[in-house]
Design a protein around this ligand. Structure first.
Ligand code: SF4
Length: 328
């Protein structure tokens, strides 16, 4: 069987450059090698307080971002999580082989519940739903960031226990695929790129605001004058170059920086060109897709039908193995 991937993002509206380079660009590459299932995880989004009126628009925008970035519905299955209700049913079955202690050790739960005050039961159990998202497709691989390692481990544990209790080898133990793209920090250079922190470049940023943001981006803090040599290895602008600029140019850029032949403005101008080359086609596709809602809905509907066929088969087998049978 071709190796299979499941991945998804919460509908947070338009994505930023860090999301694109750290996740989406990687998904686009993985489509050549894997059978890919990519979903918008709207049921994860409701585990914390959310705006019900805004949610459908956010889901649509996220689907547009996937497609505009190059996720190809001809090669990958693209859908909304809640359109495949088998995820939540499997989550219940997997909860029976997941330990309470494992869930209470999840650092993301601790972080989010601290922010929320009173945490919901859904927030506590959402790693089980995440395990179901993966295992319902018997995915063999999951693209993960460092902060998701714990969740993947929980999915592997659940699969292993299920296999041990009901059928050896039933679920593959999903492996993590870690992106080798360097982690892009926010434009303040200090924290992760994030919309809520306002230190981001949007994936769909127009050229003018893009340059405005880039011009003020944090570089090497020790380089206070143009004549001072810089250190590309500590500079977030250089890190962005490594993800976006032609590899043959990188040693030249590093050398110009170290020998102080370039000011940071010159360096950022070259990055601006690389960014516009990468983002211009994405911006254009996003505009076309936003203007053609029927097409996006059609893609998501087809994706959900395709995903459901696989999910229903897995669920039939799971019910059978667990003794959940009888007229229905
Ligand atoms: Fe960073 Fe470029 Fe300035 Fe060097 S020249 S410190 S790599 S922005």
């Amino acid at each position: 069987m071709r190796k299979r991937i499941l991945s998804g993002m919460q509908p947070t509206g338009e994505l930023h450059l860090g999301n694109y380079l750290g996740a989406l660009a990687n998904w686009v590459r993985l489509q050549d090698e894997y059978d890919c299932f990519f979903c918008v995880v709207d049921q994860h989004a409701i585990t914390v307080d959310h705006n019900a009126r805004a949610l459908p628009g956010l889901v649509f925008d996220m689907a547009v971002s996937y497609l505009a970035a190059g996720v190809d519905p001809e090669r990958s299955t693209v859908f909304i999580q809640s359109a495949v209700p088998e995820h939540t049913e499997l989550a219940w079955y997997l909860a029976t082989v997941t330990q309470h202690g494992e869930l209470s050790r999840m650092t993301q739960f601790k972080d989010k519940s601290d922010q929320q005050g009173e945490a919901s039961a859904a927030l506590f159990t959402y790693p089980v739903l995440m395990a179901a998202d993966i295992l319902i497709y018997k995915a063999t691989h999951v693209p993960v960031g460092e902060d998701q390692t714990q969740h993947l481990e929980l999915a592997r544990n659940a699969a292993q226990r299920f296999n041990g209790r009901f059928q050896k080898g039933f679920f593959p133990l999903p492996q993590g695929l870690y992106s080798n793209t360097p982690r892009i920090m926010g434009l303040d250079g200090l924290r992760k790129m994030s919309k809520s922190l306002g230190n981001h470049i949007s994936m769909l940023e127009e050229p003018k605001p893009l340059w405005k943001k880039l011009a003020g981006a944090y570089t090497d803090p020790q380089r206070t004058t143009v004549t001072e040599p810089g250190r590309p290895e500590v500079c977030n602008v250089y890190r962005m170059h490594t993800a976006l600029t032609d590899a043959a140019r990188l040693p030249v850029i590093a050398e110009q920086c170290r020998s102080a032949e370039w000011g940071c403005g010159h360096c950022k101008k070259e990055l601006e060109a690389s960014l516009n080359t990468a983002l211009a086609p994405i911006r254009e596709r996003a505009k076309e897709l936003k203007a053609n809602r029927a097409l996006v809905d059609q893609i998501l509907g087809d994706g959900a039908s395709k995903a459901r066929k696989v999910a229903q088969q897995t669920l039939r087998e799971v019910r059978e193995l667990m003794g959940i049978v009888g007229p229905r």
